[in-house]
Design a binder for this molecule. Structure first.
Ligand code: NAI
Length: 326
């Protein structure tokens, strides 16, 4: 039987891996620790490790993994911006799960938009206190509004389908545009200028880092709604906060945050939060933050487990895999 050490696992991760591991002949050692240069040593004796978006797989971690003989990292997620691929070199193979359920993320993006726009988060709290006032709860019809989609990959396309169903006009920007029914491709500046709602679905790269910065916000429509289910660092948080305070941004739905690594997925509810930016953002009535949970559906978790185990089996058996990043 092959074996792998799984970092940063929660009970909801284990459910599907436990159900499928025998099918692939993989023995799993679950670790609650996040993978970083201090914890890498916990994988001693394992040739393969499984990691997640919240792990820090930088140069130092990779050096430590190499030292203990790790030869494969299977990411149980799509993004791999937290892995230093250069440091892995030819010694460590890196796999990922390119697609598991684009619908899970696209539907969460729409859930954030609908909740924010129709103030469901505020109405929920009010009616529980028998406050049935409608003051401050006015939204707008999505029908007929222009949504700008940045990144027309699997998730972006799924989000477009949902928006078209709502009767929205869709414009999009992609580095490699491919024709899509109902979508008009425009430049990123035109997208920022024309959109009533902007949703980010591109990966985090050196090109897209802070793609929404002060300058970008300055050319957007007053009251624009911004949704980010991709990666936190696509948005300059300071510029976003300023844009919210000035009214330029009418609502922000964030499933990701640039400084999320040490916070998201953990419970800090009995502590004073030290991150002033997150404090400021989350205390605004028109900002809705979820803890990188857009992927969290049964369908997505099952698909993640299936592909990750398949990737591990492929590594151990030396077969070709389209999920090998390098
Ligand atoms: P994908 O690879 O199918 O699509 C990405 C699209 O972005 C491609 O069409 C690509 O051409 C485009 N793109 C690349 N560089 C660009 C640039 N500089 N400017 C504009 N467009 C660019 O990826 P997929 O599956 O649609 O995922 C998108 C992102 O969603 C991932 O990179 C990841 O960061 C995020 N994600 C978030 C999850 C969550 O739970 N919040 C879960 C899964 C993915």
């Amino acid at each position: 039987m092959y074996k792998a050490a799984f970092f940063d696992t929660k009970p909801y991760d284990r459910k599907w891996f436990d159900a499928l591991k025998d099918k692939y002949g993989i023995k799993i050692k679950y670790l609650e620790n996040r993978l970083n240069s201090d914890t890498a040593v916990l994988a001693s004796g394992y040739e393969a490790v499984v990691a997640f978006v919240s792990d820090t797989i930088d140069k130092d971690t990779v050096a430590e993994l190499k030292r203990i003989g790790v030869k494969a990292i299977a990411m149980r997620c799509a993004g791999f911006n937290n892995v230093d691929l250069k440091a892995c070199g030819d010694d460590i193979k890196v796999y990922r799960v390119p697609a598991y359920s684009p619908a899970s993320v696209a539907e969460h993006a729409m859930a954030l938009l609908l909740t924010l726009n129709r103030k469901i988060h505020r109405a929920y709290n009010r009616t529980r206190e028998f406050n049935f006032s409608l003051k401050g709860l006015i939204g707008f019809d999505l029908k007929g509004k222009t949504v700008g989609v940045v990144g027309m990959g699997k998730i972006g396309q799924c989000f477009v389908d949902i928006c078209l169903g709502f009767g929205m006009k869709v414009i999009a920007y992609d580095l490699y545009p491919t024709e899509y029914k109902g979508v008009e491709y425009v430049s990123i500046d035109e997208l920022f200028r024309r959109s009533d709602v902007i949703s980010l679905h591109c990966p985090l790269t050196s090109d897209t880092y802070h793609i929404m910065d002060k300058e970008a916000f300055s050319i957007m429509k007053d009251g624009v709604y911004v949704i980010n289910t991709s990666r936190g660092a696509l948005i300059d948080s300071e510029a976003l906060l300023e844009a919210i305070k000035s009214g330029k941004v009418g609502g922000a739905g964030l499933d990701v945050y640039e400084e999320e690594t040490d916070l998201f997925y953990e419970d800090f509810s009995d502590q004073v939060l030290q991150d002033d930016m997150l404090n400021m953002l989350s205390s605004q009535p028109n900002v809705l933050i979820t803890s990188h949970q857009a992927f969290l559906t049964n369908e997505a978790l099952e698909a993640i487990a299936e592909t990750t185990l398949e990737n591990l089996k492929c590594y151990f058996e030396g077969c070709d895999s389209k999920n090998l990043i390098k």
